[in-house]
Write a protein that binds this ligand. Structure first.
Ligand code: SF4
Length: 462
């Protein structure tokens, strides 16, 4: 484990001296990026509240602002530095305000964040979030502090967390990734794969169930390899299927989801565990990235389009009602029209319910970013992107139409953002269903699907 500490050397408090809490001070969190970051922000909120702070309604009311950063896409970086510029004015507007920057950009570009925004009080990485309050204490006593740990040897077992939802929660099972996808910055930022002990995970899920949570989403960069870094029963092997079965048995947990699996590591044991564990939802995120074998090889994905489709068929055979979503990158360096046609063909064959589609954006520090001689002209990439979106809109609408007239169980999330008289709810397959009426968040009910669109369904209480 190596550690970078800039300005100043970590100060340890005298033993026995009680650290003053920030009772009554307010905090505001600004989170960029993925579910892992959302969950990390919940943990930061939990640590802040354990220190006596309360959540501010707006950023202007806050005494402390925590920015949880993302580096996955270039515009996320640009937004970050724009935000930090604005937050300089926030900090200067009232004495005693603190600015804390964590997350992937802080982990990867700690010196850059410090250089571009010297007014930030604390810069901390993704591996030492549990130290946030301690580092704020240091900054108050000594001035700006940066602390980033480059890799973890073991995951912290417990951290308090303040959940946004009373009925649903994320549970981290693994961080980091051992793969080398050439477009991805995650291994450089989050380090190699580290799995959390199954006992710690089960205890957290049991605690969540005791607090009224009925849905958990297990988080990891490559969950299918979960456990292969742990010596359990004297053996090192992936045990994600077993973990799913154990989490599914926790009393009170009605829905278990997970993200993300890797098609190359997705094994029959996991599909069987999904099919045989009632609480595990019939939902799979299966990132294709490209349908061209040439591009998949350049991406270092480790599978061909045929292997991808075979694994998908295996999952669907185990769970005929499976809902499948995917990620696709358009315009990866060297992608030709012929390669793109292969992607369209695989999309037609795979018939995803939903797709997260991205235009390739080079991330400094990745191998793909250095393939400048093969960059696809922006106009061509955008034109392909438009065709892909159109295709997926049609397939998504067709997939949703199959649900017309079906009775489905939905979990109410709350009023729809656009119309408070309509409730937003999710099927087990994670499809959004709008149901007319006011219903309490967290209730499960049956609806009959009466209308379908490309991105959502409409249902009537059954
Ligand atoms: S599997 Fe590939 S895309 Fe996913 S986190 Fe690891 S390196 Fe990144």
């Amino acid at each position: 484990m190596s550690q970078t500490v800039l300005l100043p050397a970590p100060a340890r408090r005298e033993p026995g001296r009680r650290r003053p809490t920030r009772a009554g001070r307010t905090y505001f969190l600004r989170t960029f990026g993925c579910q892992m970051n959302e969950h990390d922000s919940e943990r930061v909120a939990g640590l802040f509240e354990a220190d006596g702070m309360v959540k501010a309604r707006t950023i202007d009311e806050a005494d402390v602002v925590f920015v949880n950063t993302c580096t996955i896409r270039e515009n996320a970086d640009n937004r970050l530095y724009g935000n930090l510029g604005m937050l300089k004015r926030f900090k200067e507007a009232r004495e005693g305000r603190m600015l804390v920057v964590g997350g992937c950009a802080a982990q990867k570009d700690r010196e850059l964040v410090r250089k571009r925004a010297p007014w930030v009080d604390v810069v901390l990485g993704t591996h030492n979030l549990d130290r946030v309050v301690h580092l704020m204490d240091q900054a108050e006593e000594w001035g700006p502090v940066t602390e980033v740990i480059d890799s973890l040897s073991a995951m912290p077992s417990d951290l308090p967390s303040r959940r946004e939802s009373a009925h649903a929660a994320w549970v981290t099972v693994q961080i980091g990734c051992n793969n080398t996808c050439t477009f991805c910055i995650v291994p450089a930022v989050r380090g190699p794969e580290v799995s959390r002990r199954p006992g710690d995970i089960i205890r957290e899920v049991e605690q969540l169930a005791a607090e009224g949570v009925i849905e958990v989403t297990l988080l990891g960069q490559n969950v299918d390899t979960y456990g292969r870094d742990l010596a359990i029963g004297g053996r090192r092997r992936p045990i994600f299927g077993e973990l799913l079965r154990r989490v599914g048995r926790v009393e009170g947990i009605r829905r278990v989801r997970f993200t993300s699996p890797h098609p190359n590591d997705f094994r029959p044991e996991v599909a069987e565990a999904m099919a045989e564990t009632e609480a595990v939802c019939e939902q799979l995120h299966f990132p294709l990235q490209s349908g061209s074998n040439r591009i998949l090889a350049a991406m270092h994905r480790g599978y061909t389009s045929d292997k991808f489709l075979r694994r998908l068929a295996m999952a669907r055979e185990a769970m005929p009602d499976l809902t499948v979503s995917t990620d696709v990158i358009v315009g990866f360096p060297g992608e030709t029209e012929e390669d793109f046609q292969k992607t369209l063909e695989v999309m037609e064959k795979a018939r995803f319910d939903q797709a997260y589609m991205f235009l390739f954006s080079p991330r400094p520090g990745t191998r793909a970013a250095a393939m400048t001689d093969r960059f696809v002209p922006e106009e061509a990439a955008k034109e392909r992107f438009g065709r892909l979106v159109e295709l997926q809109r049609r397939i998504g609408a067709e997939q949703n139409r199959r649900h017309l007239g079906q009775r489905m169980e939905v979990l109410v999330e709350g009023p729809s953002k656009k119309n408070p008289l309509v409730a937003a709810a999710r099927t087990r397959g994670n499809k959004m269903v709008h149901v007319e009426g006011e219903f309490d968040p967290g209730i499960l009910m049956d609806v009959v699907i009466s209308r379908s669109f490309a991105h959502y369904l409409v249902g009537d209480p059954a």
